[in-house]
Design a protein around this ligand. Sequence first.
Ligand code: CAA
Length: 240
Amino acid sequence: MARTALVTGGTRGIGAAIATALKAAGYQVAANYGGNDDAAKAFSDETGIRTYKWSVADYDACADGLGRVEADLGPVDVLVNNAGITRDAPFHKMKPEQWREVIDTNLTGVFNMTHPAWPGMRERGFGRIITISSINGQKGQFGQANYAASKAGDLGLTKSLAQEGAGKGITANAICPGYIATDMVMAVPEKVREAIIGQIPVGRLGEPGEIARCVVFLASDEAGFITGSTISANGGQYLA
Ligand code: CAA
């Protein structure tokens, strides 16, 4: 029987590419989203992938959402923690709510989704936790103290999950995308974005599909010996 995959933030950007690629690879796929109903409907109409709305920042909503997905599609074997937000500001201007929103979504959101999925994976002796971190969690970034901290936290969480899951057939890995052509990167002021592209040795932004293909590999049985690792896909911008 086909395995089931759940992708958070799965109706736009990198998440949409991941959901689509997993479906093409034979998974039953559920795509969670947080707010943009129009984008979710368009995505679902185009791909046939079911969408589910809840905030990953809300623990109870995550447990409930996971339950809804599992009632529809069966136990979640592959969890892709992709949902993420930015609230960029230089540190001296950063407001406490900008810090909290980003940590709540990008870091606590990974806890909130993984925690309710974990017991079932342990019982079944199989699981894949794949978390989308960021180049900026590895190197830090001017204007992103909140985001960089959340994404660095994701790496520590992933490495701990890898150690705890190893004996139960669960792998936990992270992917650190560099600057990918998505709405999030396009929201960066054009001059700043052009300067960033100038720092990427391959000379271009990445494509969402280039991250999705890493996820499909990490989800596969063939990747069972890979756990606690970080795949950097950043065009050579930062060599961790
Ligand atoms: N390094 C050093 N100085 C920088 C800088 C940098 N990278 N970026 C800006 N500055 C300087 C400017 O030159 C300017 O200096 P002066 O005041 O001396 O002229 C100053 O910082 C700008 O300060 P402001 O108070 O005017 O800043 P602002 O309130 O306008 O905010 C910012 C600026 C929001 C941080 C803006 O620079 C920005 O958006 N930067 C991009 C941050 C970024 O890379 N975000 C990534 C988003 S995509 C993503 O997150 C996906 C992923 O995983 C990669």
